[in-house]
Design a protein around this ligand. Sequence first.
Ligand code: UGA
Length: 432
Amino acid sequence: MKISIIGSGYVGLVTGACLAELGNQVTCLDKNSKKIFNLMNGEVPFYEPQLANLVKNNIASRNLSFTNQYKDACKNKIIFVCVDTPDKEGKPNLKNFNSCIRSILKHGKPNTLIVTKSTIPLGTNVKIEAMFSKYNSRNDTNFKLASNPEFLKEGSAVQDFFKPDRIIIGTNEKSSENILRKIYAPLSRNKNKIINMSLSSAELTKYAANAFLATKISFINEISHLSEKTNSNIHDIRKGIGSDPRIGSNFIYAGIGFGGSCFPKDLKALKNSKKKFNLPEGIIEKTISNNEIQLNHFYKKIINAKLINAKKHRIAIWGLTFKPETDDLRESVSLKLINLLASKVHSLHLYDPMADYKEVANELRGAKNIIFYDDKYKAAKECHSIVLATEWKEFWELKAALIKGKTIFDGRNIYDHEYYKKHQVNVIGIGL
Ligand code: UGA
């Protein structure tokens, strides 16, 4: 099938490259000409496992092409909208999204199916559908709309695309549903993954999924405080509750809180929608505030540890991205922690396997006592303590001799704490 993707960021590029791999002819558009030029040469602007190879191979097989012109992208009659909708004062900013819809209306061919993947506030799809219906009656265009929210996780997005848990197709009419069923048929062969629903249900399913996942994290983080007070072990508690299939063992790891471009933004958007509908505050608002409490809780652990005179204290921070297997710094809890710590200690010695240090420096409000390293042990060498802020795999096995005598603040509960005991490492974790 001939498909266009508008917006070649995380969601758009992964979707485009994966649809091309499935044998479709895909054109990806982005308004950023430099990005498009680089993509034409196979250069992916961010790190996502397996994606660069997928892009290169599908350019070579001519299944994947790039453009910055709507008139090119709108030659195809199936268009996925994947533009970003960044947070602006608690609401998703729809500037790029609206301008994309206007351009499709201007250049699109009659009978084009427009599929929204961008996460947009509740009610937006229904509004666009009403707008299309007016536009169609005046222009004989027969534009159609469907919502197909994405559930890709950064760091495993390609794998998630090819092995989805579910594929949500939100439409209010059959022909659009059939087109999307055909596109996704190769991913739904062994087991039916497709769930069809209305436009508005699809929109809310996406928000509800992210809010529920974030709630699991805030819940276990809250329990971790009780675990500390009662001298219990949050690892054992996690295993104990996770073995009940009604609870499930995934996504209940206590840590320094959730970050990234999705959870914080989507929760704020839901909070905002609730306000709009005059609904009382509840779990969603609490999930947001618990996440802020969690960062502060961990920060206080470090500050109150009374290790040595704070003004002389040197801390290594390992892990700067919002989670492992990505170079994404958006809403990184590690960076928020660094901003809190910078003025309290002598110096911060930073290491991350993938982050762009220039971008990190930009996020750090010009703190002067920050030094970057290309090796974690070098970063830790002169330091009194090490903060583990992201659970990159390379932090899982540590050379005990190189961290000897240093206190570890384990914000991600990476280790089974038997390891620390064995090597007599002084560790301050979460929920322990
Ligand atoms: C999230 C959802 O998991 C995806 O399903 C969704 O498609 C995506 O948002 C989106 O809306 O586009 P992502 O932001 O890539 O994906 O990251 P997650 O893997 O969900 O992690 C989010 C945060 O939660 C990270 O900071 C992570 O460290 C934290 N986390 C995760 C925990 O603190 N504990 C856990 O047990 C799991």
